[in-house]
Design a binder for this molecule. Structure first.
Ligand SMILES: [Zn+2]
Ligand SMILES: [Zn+2]
Length: 176
């Protein structure tokens, strides 16, 4: 349902843009039709597929920031379309602490998982009570900072940590 809704929104946006954008062209074409009735059968609207792809490319940068160094989209569920991306919003306290962790590292921290919808959580083998499903956990790594050091820094900013040494990332979550 999430994907369908998303596509519907996209289609609606395209329609609006088509009305605003090529209106002048449409008018010209109308005049052209008056002059050359042979053109009447030609479609006046551009291929919707192209416009949809544009939407997808520009969608992310327009999303608001979650904190100074993290876009909200970095916390989005990364499923293939089971949900809209935000079945829940990331807990503001989590975004504050992750930002603090980034500052403690003094370099970019990469989120590999933020919020998750139920199907995505199952897909990645997450536990049923996963904090990811409630927007209260994130998986992250920091290039140049080892998993052990990153885990210690995360603990230092008040997060519960679960370091995955072999996979090279740390699961952090809010203390209940
Ligand atoms: Zn999802
Ligand atoms: Zn996790």
């Amino acid at each position: 349902m999430g994907l369908t809704a998303c596509l519907l929104v996209g289609a609606a946006a395209v329609q609006v843009r088509c009305l605003e954008g090529p209106a002048a062209d449409a008018r010209e074409e109308t005049e052209a039709r008056v002059a050359k009735p042979a053109l009447t059968g030609e479609p006046a609207v551009p291929e919707p597929e192209e416009t949809l792809q544009e939407e997808a490319v520009t969608a992310e940068p327009e999303t608001p920031m979650a904190s100074e160094h993290f876009g909200l989209w970095e916390y989005a569920c990364d499923c293939a379309g089971y949900c809209s991306g935000f079945p829940v919003m990331p807990d503001p306290e989590l975004t504050v602490r992750v930002e603090a962790l980034r500052c403690a590292c003094g370099r970019p921290v990469i989120l590999t998982s933020g919020v998750r919808c139920g199907p995505r959580n199952e897909e990645v083998g997450g536990v049923s009570w996963s904090f990811h499903k409630r927007g209260r956990a994130a998986d992250l790594y920091c290039p140049g900072v080892g998993v052990g050091d990153l885990a210690a820094l995360a603990k230092g900013v008040g997060l519960n940590v679960l370091p995955y040494y072999s996979s090279g990332y740390v699961h952090v979550e809010l203390v209940e």
